[in-house]
Design a protein around this ligand. Structure first.
Ligand code: HBI
Ligand code: FE
Length: 299
């Protein structure tokens, strides 16, 4: 999750405060201080891992499941990011670098453009086990890191980082953040066995893993790069629409397109509401939006 600035968040948990007090490099990386994790924090990782693993059987895409195994991620406590990076680097050249919290956009994109994924070093406190606004080590390492071991997805993430650097220069960060949100965070994949999850925001949430695939409420629409870049999103609840990519190869191909003409068209196109369907959509599920209407008390 990546649109709340650290300053907007309430005071910090003990798990996070120890990192806020630690020295930080110019690229916002810190020392993970792996030896400082308590038994309770390692146990929390294990409980999150086992619970999510049960929900993701037959829901996560095969590429994610095989990557988890390739990286030897398991319920054996919070991973040492240096050791994890040594395994990951051998496969796709990516490393995972510890950070305290959300980092500035330009720093974030520079890391991605250089095959470094910034991961929060802190783990969520017990009372935020089910949901937290800021990316902790479980969201980042369990949600985002595994697919970096998939060569095509690894190329896409680097291309995204380079695209982000260009977007910043063109004042188009908002459009690019939407692309990230509806793929890297909340993307679904069309597979031979039906819809499967690849977005980290869904993978790291057991409730949203079920909602995104099985609930009648949300729209499910075939992914279209330009349409997604026009689509607003909510950050503090389930998504009202999910987008389905045909393959990581298609996603990578899209990321190599010349965004210049796209940004020009986006300059005059209206935004699309998170729950809205538009004429050119290839709709897989026209959602009832019941979940959201109930929340708004509008039923
Ligand atoms: N920082 N640590 C961290 N993690 C993110 O996902 C992140 C970030 N900074 C900026 C950012 N994401 C967003 O601006 C991008 O998703 C567009
Ligand atoms: Fe994320």
């Amino acid at each position: 999750m990546s649109t709340t600035t650290a300053a907007e968040l309430p005071d910090h948990s003990a798990e996070k405060s120890r990192y806020l007090a630690a020295p930080r490099q110019a690229d916002f990386t810190i020392d993970q201080q792996w030896a400082s994790y308590s038994a309770a924090e390692h146990d929390r990782w294990d409980r999150l891992f086992v619970r999510a693993g049960k929900t993701l059987r037959d829901r996560a895409c095969d590429e994610y499941i095989s990557a988890l195994h390739a990286l030897q991620l398991s319920e054996s406590g919070i991973p040492d990011l240096d050791k994890l990076s040594d395994r990951l680097e051998k496969i796709t050249g990516w490393r995972v670098v510890p950070v305290r919290e959300l980092v500035p956009d330009d720093i974030f994109f520079d890391h991605l453009a250089n095959r470094r994924f910034p991961a929060g070093a802190f783990i969520r406190p017990e009372h935020e086990l089910d949901y937290l606004q800021e990316p902790d080590i479980f969201h980042d390492v369990f949600g985002h890191v595994p697919l970096l071991a998939n060569p095509v997805y690894a190329d896409f993430m680097q291309a995204y980082g380079k695209g982000g650097q260009r977007a910043l220069g063109l004042g188009r960060l908002g459009n690019l953040a939407r692309l990230y949100w509806y793929t890297v965070e909340f993307g679904l994949l069309q597979s031979s066995k039906g819809l499967r999850i690849f977005g980290a925001g869904i993978l790291s949430s057991t409730t949203e893993s079920v909602f995104a695939l099985e609930d009648a409420s949300p729209n499910r629409v075939k992914f279209d790069l330009e349409r997604v870049m026009r689509t607003k999103y909510v950050i503090s609840d389930f998504q009202q629409s999910y987008f389905v990519v045909d393959s990581f190869e298609k996603l990578l191909e899209d990321s190599y397109r010349d965004f210049g003409p796209i940004y020009a068209r986006l300059g005059t196109a209206d935004d699309i509401e998170a729950d809205q369907l538009v004429a050119e959509d290839r709709v897989l599920t026209r959602g009832t939006l019941a979940y959201f209407k109930a929340k708004r008390g509008a039923v």
